[in-house]
Ligand binder design. Structure first.
Ligand SMILES: [Zn+2]
Length: 338
């Protein structure tokens, strides 16, 4: 044994020299080259702001993210956080975010390569679901998808192997940087708590085992034309229906002052918790009115996500408080790009 080791002794020093030369070559030549290539790519990536922040921040909340309570909000990147001005609130806020989203033509792969975490997950928006005659009588046909079309949509989604998921599951998947949503996730959202959603949409959703996400303005519940708390609780118990925050009075937050925004966001959440039991902190802006003050309020109160009315089917961690949705009406879903 000892003899055999001695036989290799003469190779030890040459080996050490070769390793040392390789080490110097990698550290002095290859690494700087890779670094400068990366820098060049980043420089060319004009539309994406705060690139360096994106590269480092999200990784801190990467992997094994589990408890909602453990969110360190400082680590949740937010493309708007650098632009938040807490002393002002203007109606142009929504436009600014919308322009940013419209101008963003990068693919999911491209974004993920630069440290964001994005998923292809269409979020569809409905308001009323009722027969056309009822919508005409009520004067809200522009907010209505007929029950007939709603069923067609569910058949389409089922036949195209879409997987119905909750808004909370989408938010947690983005925050956890892990796709727990299956191959083709889709989120169905229903705004405002109209009673026809209970009367028409819910029975159809049960038939296809489709998950529904209801965005509820708490003060409107129980009023004429809206669902009751009992109906909401009945649907929630089915396991198919999830209830979330859509303010107290369906207020346009771009026109509210910070105190009103705080009330609209947090009183609604307390009311939901009181009437429905613990309710995941998912928020939807009425009228798509995204306001910087509201975003900051959601962030500080550890909301998981906020849904806007900006269009698009890719959802990103960097836009967790302005997630996109697509309004759908009486057309086949293929007409909307699904
Ligand atoms: Zn609404």
């Amino acid at each position: 044994m000892k003899k055999r080791l001695l036989k290799y002794k003469k190779y030890i020093w040459p080996a050490v020299v070769v390793i040392a030369v390789l080490f110097l070559f990698v550290s002095l030549v290859i690494s700087p080259m890779a670094g400068s290539t990366r820098k060049l790519m980043i420089d060319n990536w004009n539309n994406y702001e705060k690139t360096e922040a994106h590269l480092s921040a999200p990784k801190q909340i990467a992997n094994e993210y589990d408890a909602k309570e453990k969110i360190n909000e400082n680590n949740v990147i937010e493309i708007v956080s650098s632009t938040i001005v807490t002393s002002t609130f203007s109606s142009t806020t929504s436009d600014r975010h919308k322009n940013k989203i419209d101008g963003d033509k990068k693919s999911i792969e491209e974004k993920n390569r630069y440290g964001d975490y994005c998923l292809l997950a269409p979020v569809l928006t409905y308001h009323h679901i009722a027969p056309e005659s009822e919508a005409l009588r009520g004067g809200w046909q522009t907010l209505n998808a007929t029950d007939e079309y709603f069923e067609k949509h569910l058949v389409y989604l089922r036949d195209h192997n879409y997987n119905f998921v909750s808004a909370e599951a989408l938010a947690l998947s983005l925050r956890g940087r892990r796709n727990n949503l299956g191959v083709r996730p889709v989120v169905l959202t229903f705004d405002d708590g109209y009673d026809d959603v209970y009367n028409y949409a819910y029975p159809i959703a049960k038939k296809y085992k489709a998950i529904m996400n209801l965005m509820i303005p708490t003060a409107l519940i129980g009023q004429s034309g809206y669902m009751t708390w009992d109906q909401l609780n009945e649907m929630k118990k089915s396991g198919l229906v999830f209830i979330y925050n859509h303010t107290v009075t369906h207020s346009n937050l771009t026109q509210d002052d910070p105190d009103q925004i705080d009330y609209q966001v947090n009183f609604a959440q307390r009311r939901l918790n009181e009437m429905m039991g613990p309710t995941p902190k998912i928020f939807t802006y009425p009228y798509g009115g995204v306001s910087d003050v509201a975003i900051e309020n959601l962030r500080q109160n550890q909301f998981l996500a906020g849904f806007s009315t900006y269009q698009g089917f890719d959802e990103c961690l960097s836009q967790i408080y302005i997630l996109k949705r697509k309004r759908v009406f009486n057309e086949e879903l293929s007409a909307y790009g699904l």
